[in-house]
Design a protein around this ligand. Structure first.
Ligand code: ARG
Length: 395
């Protein structure tokens, strides 16, 4: 039997190499995706071979991640429960897709992942793999082996699996779109996150006293330039993570509802995501009309839910994308954003598709808005409210 294992280099997936190999008498091929987590991929590879992988793949998927996952999320203003930009969630269907690709290439019988039975990631990886190839088996050793963390460490020691000496305080997952931190003292929702939680952002108190104004230019709903300078998507996101993070922008503290029903306290750092989505949403408000915006908010929410819930491959997600892409054809222009001590505020916007009309909006004499028309409009608009309110008095 041949198994392709999604491998991060951490304790769970390291133990999984050995455990799968023993349990199924299987050959293990490990796969590590670079989605911008800035790790030492060489030593991850060495570790996989040392534990017994017969082959290892490191795939640089950063550009694909931005183009096919982050960009659609920007166009959908994707925020789960209005707070979480889905940074971890977006990377999972891509990992699943690559697992399937490598499984086909290697003629493997199964793929495996290190997700536990308590989280959302098991849904995202397993459902995506099954949707792409229902004939592949999906194994979840961490969910099946029933070892506690102590037993895992003993297992690792017994089998000479290298483990990092510092026992980690938090569970961390990161990629280009953000950093997720959970566990340890954060498990008490009353505890204020300690400073050691944060890596990408300075505390707003220590952020520069001078605000920074940047101009983000969008075309087809995605950012293409900063301060007039064209940037490739990867550098643009990296740059915004840095600059917004240096002004304390991007910290999120969230009471979150996992799909399995657990309520959990999750902390995130997403400087670029928060800045870009704030700007994108504002630009939509300049170019879309009231009905389009109201309807798109419903679509956006559904999109975020599907992605959070592991249903990336659901036809509905593709259907929603068709609408979202259509609307974003007009989301073009420049947004001025002010970064200041943890806050991101849009302070200016312009677009060739703007439907703001100064001649109707202005209070100056150039106004073309005929106020005499409003007299009748007010009466009709309030007709039902005024009449039904008079009946209310009687009950
Ligand atoms: N709650 C987030 C999600 O379901 C992040 C999960 C991963 N977090 C972590 N610290 N390992 O997408």
């Amino acid at each position: 039997m041949k198994i392709v294992l999604a491998y991060s280099g951490g304790l769970d997936t390291s133990v999984a190499i050995k455990w799968l190999n023993e349990k199924y008498n299987a050959e293990i091929i490990t796969l590590t995706l670079d989605v911008g987590q800035k790790e030492d991929f060489k030593s991850i590879e060495e570790k996989a071979y040392k534990i017994g992988a017969i082959k290892h793949y490191t795939i640089d998927a950063k550009e694909e991640f931005v183009r096919d996952y982050i960009f659609p999320a920007i166009k959908a203003n994707a925020m789960y429960e209005e707070k979480y930009p889905l940074s971890t969630a977006l990377s999972r269907p891509l990992i699943a897709k690559k697992l399937v690709e490598i499984a086909h290439k290697e003629g493997a019988d199964a793929v495996a992942h290190g997700c536990t039975g308590k989280g959302n990631d098991q849904l995202r990886i397993e459902i995506t793999v099954r949707a792409l190839d229902p004939s592949l088996k999906v194994l979840a050793p961490t969910r099946d082996w029933g070892m506690s963390r102590d037993q895992e460490i003993k297992y690792a020691e017994k089998h000479n699996i290298p483990i990092s000496k510092i026992s980690k305080k938090y569970s961390i997952d990161q990629n280009l779109w953000g950093r997720s931190i959970e566990g340890g003292p954060l498990e008490d929702p009353w505890n204020i996150p300690e400073e050691d939680v944060w890596e990408w952002t300075v505390s707003p108190e220590k952020a520069p006293n001078e605000p920074k104004i940047i101009e983000i230019e969008f075309k087809d709903g995605v950012p293409i330039k900063i301060d007039g300078k064209a940037m490739d998507p990867l550098s643009l996101i990296n740059y915004l993570n840095e600059i917004a993070g240096s002004h304390g922008v991007g910290r999120i503290d969230h009471m979150e509802d996992r799909i399995v029903g657990i309520k959990s306290r999750e902390v995130y750092e997403c400087p670029a995501a928060i800045t870009i989505i704030e700007a994108h949403k504002d630009l939509e408000k300049l170019v879309l009309n009231r009905r389009e915006i109201a309807f798109k908010r419903i679509v956006d929410n559904e999109w975020a839910f599907l992605v959070y819930a592991g249903l990336w491959e659901d036809p509905l997600r593709y259907d929603l994308d068709a609408f979202i892409n259509k609307v974003n054809e007009r989301v073009e222009g420049i947004v001025r954003v002010k970064l200041y001590k943890g806050s991101v505020m849009v302070v200016g916007r312009q677009s060739p598709y703007s439907i703001y009309d100064i001649k109707t909006a202005t209070y100056e004499s150039i106004s073309t808005f005929d106020q005499t028309l409003s007299k009748g409009f007010v009466s009709l608009w309030g007709l039902q409210t005024v009449f039904s309110r008079s009946k209310m008095k009687k009950v």
